[in-house]
Design a protein around this ligand. Structure first.
Ligand SMILES: [Zn+2]
Length: 127
């Protein structure tokens, strides 16, 4: 049976993304505390950046916005662009490394504020 028509649910993807963002909130809070009163650079929010590459697949990531009410609401973050599938990487604490299927989403997570991928001086290539 050919099941290619069954596209991975973007809603599932979204839910997982939100869950990951929430889980990362505490780590982020610690980091923020260290950053102290470094003012947010608003221009960064509008500067076009290239998507970071996930560490496992080296593929351009997909961006999400935190929708959960909380300190990170509205913040942009990046996740592996591969679909969620059986054995996708839920993170070391939830799924053993040997059970992870590399064909699916890895547990790459990056706040956009930490994304160091910048546009090339000549701007993005038009395709
Ligand atoms: Zn990946």
């Amino acid at each position: 049976m050919n099941k290619t028509a069954e596209a991975p649910g973007t809603e599932d993807d979204e839910l997982i993304a939100q869950a990951i963002a929430q889980a990362d909130e505490e780590r982020e809070r610690e980091r923020k505390a260290k950053q102290d009163a470094a003012a947010p650079v608003w221009s960064n929010l509008f500067a076009k950046k290239l998507p970071p590459l996930c560490t496992v697949h080296q593929k351009p990531c997909k961006d999400f916005i935190v929708k959960i009410t909380g300190p990170n609401k509205g913040k942009r973050f990046w996740l592996c662009s591969l679909p969620v599938g059986p054995g996708y990487d839920m993170g070391r604490s939830k799924r053993a490394r040997e059970d992870v299927d590399p064909r699916y989403k890895c547990d790459f997570f990056l706040w956009d504020s930490a994304n160091s991928q910048k546009e090339t001086p000549n701007g993005p290539k038009k395709v």
